[in-house]
Write a protein that binds this ligand. Structure first.
Ligand code: FMN
Length: 175
């Protein structure tokens, strides 16, 4: 299901102790959402389960961030990132997400059978930093041709990170 919601610019803010949790299959279809996920998204559990996780995708998010996310988790590594999500009513909410691959316990198999995500409230000063980076990434993506968009968005990010001498993960965790 593609997201056709019009953003309203209204923000909903997570509480300090809130955790927004979801699980997906290997294709990114929702297999579990906790109560807070349901509340922030504005959909019922029934409406969410089986849907692609892009049901909460906000148009301000650069494609290259999701590209990095999927590259990381498909490689079996955990991903950390700031994400601006959209609710059913057009409101937005920022999260700091940790996404990990789930592997079958006890089987000795390293095969990924799904993904697990826990999101907590990001600090407002960090949102300010990331918001401006995402804005530049999105602008670069929009200027580029469709086939070059991810490369262009990613370049904006690496040009910011490389001079710090850090890897993406270290950079994001050090903001
Ligand atoms: C476990 C998991 C959690 C995810 N959480 C989010 C999320 O909170 N918001 C979001 O927009 N995309 C999330 N994604 C990424 C989506 O699957 C998707 O790549 C993204 O929304 C971009 O959608 P698009 O490729 O259709 O443009 C998550 C993916 C996984 C596997």
């Amino acid at each position: 299901m593609k997201n056709k919601i019009t953003p309203t610019g209204k923000e909903i803010i997570m509480q300090d102790g809130d955790f927004i949790v979801s699980k997906t299959d290997i294709k990114g279809r929702l297999t579990y959402c906790n109560q807070i996920f349901i509340e922030f998204s504005g959909y019922s559990e029934q409406e969410l389960l089986g849907q692609q996780h892009n049901i909460v995708r906000h148009p301000d998010m650069p494609r290259s961030v999701f590209n990095l996310l999927w590259q990381t988790i498909k490689a079996g590594e955990e991903f950390f990132g700031y994400v601006k999500n959209i609710s059913r009513d057009g409101s937005f909410y920022w999260v700091f997400a940790n996404i990990t691959p789930s592997v079958e316990a006890g089987t000795g198999s390293e095969e990924i059978h799904g993904y697990f995500s826990v999101r907590r409230k990001p600090e407002p000063e960090k949102i300010k930093i990331i918001e401006s980076i995402y804005k530049d990434m999105l602008a670069a993506e929009q200027l580029a041709s469709t086939s070059d968009a991810i490369k262009a968005g990613t370049k904006v990010l690496t040009d910011i990170i490389n001079p710090t001498g850090k890897e993406y993960r270290e950079f994001i965790l050090s903001l």
